[in-house]
Structures are given as structure tokens and as C-alpha cells.
Design a protein around this ligand. Structure first.
Ligand code: CA
Ligand code: ZN
Length: 300
């Protein structure tokens, strides 16, 4: 079992990042993570102007995974997410979907008690911890941790939580996996610009898949599979996600399932869902229940 401290962070995903840890395939690693403000908000009095915006969206890592070669798929099995007892939110002018109406920046601390976020004296929200930022080194230029993409990154996808297996591309030797930006809970869309931002720690096991191409980023839960896609617009992200999932169904059946079969099946049973609409690229996911993969004879 390996552990990476929360001060071992990067602000961009890059082939040039120096690994903080080398692990063998199948290793279990605990990533300690700061919140997306690098834990700068210590009290309710913290002023927005006092925040150092160069220290936003840190990701812990990266980890070099032995035997991960470009073209492979990295399998990240999310075993456990532990979160702090208090979370923080921030919104204001130019931020999120209401940024044109908000006149000042407001920071809000929200206590977490008995597995619930205590929103105010009337509203309590059951927790659903998730990882906002998780990715490998991208192909080509570095990508800021606040931006999502084909390499993963700031996907802010609510299903990336405990029990989910996430598949990411290996673009460089060792893959260079990093993660951060935990949310105690978040709604699909993330409309204010943030989830309930918390520090914490994530336990994952990491494997390398050599013999199977998957439309990454790709996720599997107990009941469903998801392709995840990020693009400048939601329209574009939806188009990409649909093409990727159709491609998976046709390729893995050697075209026994053709484009008509695949798109019709998705039209009847697939669920397009929004991950987030507030980051530099928008992110969607397309869910297909695993039961249909089973019926088609597809194993992932
Ligand atoms: Ca985020
Ligand atoms: Zn976040």
C-alpha cells in the first residue's frame, strides 16, 4: 500500500511532470488531496480577494505505473473516498450559471455531520463523495487541472465515486495518474461553479489493460457503463459521446451490432446525462445499463 501526501501536487496534467511515486501494476495507492482551493479557505472570514488563484485545482501525483505504455488503458478502481468534516463553496460575478446576476463573491462553509451536509437549519443533503479531477498525462501539450478532456481532468462527473472503475488513456510511459478536487456532494451540472469542495483521501487500485481498446474516459459501476466526453459545447460533447458508445457496441461485436442497432438501442435505453457546464469545456456522460451489454454478449 502506498500513500501520497497532499503537498505533492501539480496544477496541470503533463507528460513533463516528474512522478512522485512509481508503482507496480495492481498496486493500491492512497492519494491525500486538498480541496480545489488548496485548502486556503480556513474560516468563514476568509476573503475572496485573499485567495491565491494560482493555487486552484491542485491534483495529487502524478504516479508512474510500471508497464503502462502508450496505447494501453489505465484501469483505476476507486475503493474508498474519505472526506473532511467541513466543505466549502464559492460563487459570485462571472462564475457559474448565475454569474451575470451575482454582485459579490460569497464564500460559504458547510459542515458535514452524520453523513450529511448541513446546508442550513432546514436543509440537509445526503453525501455522495466523488472525485472532480482525475486524469493521466494528455497527449501533446500540458492541460491545466481545471480543464477536462480525453485524458480525464476536471470532468466533475458525479458517478466517479466509491465502487466505480474508471478507465483512462495511457498517452505516455507510466501514464502519470493524478487526482484531486473531491466533492462531498454535487448535482449534475455544477451550476454555481463548484460542488461541496472538501479535502480528503482516495484509495484506488491501478491496473493496466493491454488487450482491449475502450472509448476513454470510460466508467463502470455495478449496474452501468458510461462514456464521458468533454467539448466546447454540450452539443459537441453529446455528439462525441454518442459516437463513442455506438463505436464501442459495433466494434466489440465485430459489427454483428451495426450502427442502426446500436443507435436505436441507445435511443431506447441509453441515458445522456450532464456532468458539468461550468468548466472551460463542458462534460457529458452517456449511460448504458450493463444488462444490455450482457444480452449482446459483450464483456468489459
Ligand atoms: Ca471541479
Ligand atoms: Zn471541485
Amino acid at each position: 500500500m502506498y500513500r501520497i501526501k497532499r503537498d505533492q501536487i501539480v496544477y496541470e496534467m503533463s507528460a513533463l511532470n516528474k512522478p512522485v511515486l512509481h508503482v507496480e501494476e495492481g498496486a493500491t495507492v492512497i492519494f491525500e488531496t486538498c480541496d480545489c482551493f488548496e485548502d486556503q479557505i480556513k474560516s468563514a472570514d476568509t476573503q475572496f480577494e485573499a485567495l491565491d488563484w494560482n493555487r486552484i485545482n491542485p491534483a495529487t501525483g502524478p504516479v508512474y505505473v510500471e508497464n503502462a505504455e502508450p496505447g494501453d488503458v489505465l484501469e483505476v478502481n476507486i475503493k474508498q473516498i474519505k472526506i473532511a468534516e467541513q466543505g466549502v463553496m464559492l460563487t459570485g460575478p462571472q462564475l457559474g450559471m448565475l454569474g451575470d446576476r451575482l454582485t459579490q463573491n460569497v464564500i460559504r462553509q458547510i459542515p458535514i455531520r452524520n453523513n450529511k451536509a448541513v446546508y442550513n437549519d432546514r436543509v440537509e443533503i445526503p453525501l455522495k463523495p466523488m472525485i472532480g479531477v482525475i486524469g493521466t498525462a494528455p497527449m501533446g501539450d500540458a492541460v491545466a487541472c481545471g480543464t477536462p478532456g480525453e485524458h480525464g481532468g476536471n470532468m466533475d462527473c458525479t458517478i466517479i465515486g466509491e465502487g466505480t472503475i474508471l478507465y483512462l488513456p495511457v498517452n505516455v510511459p507510466g501514464a502519470l495518474l493524478a487526482m484531486g478536487d473531491l466533492h462531498a456532494v454535487m448535482g449534475d451540472g455544477e451550476v454555481s461553479v463548484c460542488g461541496l469542495e472538501v479535502s480528503g483521501e482516495v484509495t484506488v487500485t491501478i491496473s493496466v489493460i493491454k488487450d482491449r481498446q475502450l472509448p476513454v474516459p470510460f466508467a463502470k459501476t455495478a449496474s452501468s457503463v458510461y462514456v464521458i466526453s468533454s467539448a466546447k459545447t454540450l452539443d459537441e460533447a453529446v455528439l462525441n459521446a454518442t459516437r463513442k458508445l455506438v463505436g464501442l457496441l459495433t466494434t466489440l461485436t465485430n459489427h454483428r451490432v451495426n450502427d442502426y442497432d446500436a443507435v436505436n438501442l441507445l435511443s431506447l435505453t441509453g441515458n445522456l446525462q450532464i456532468c458539468q457546464v461550468v468548466d472551460p469545456l463542458k462534460t457529458v456522460r452517456f449511460e448504458l445499463k450493463s444488462a444490455y451489454l450482457d444480452q449482446l454478449g459483450i464483456t468489459i
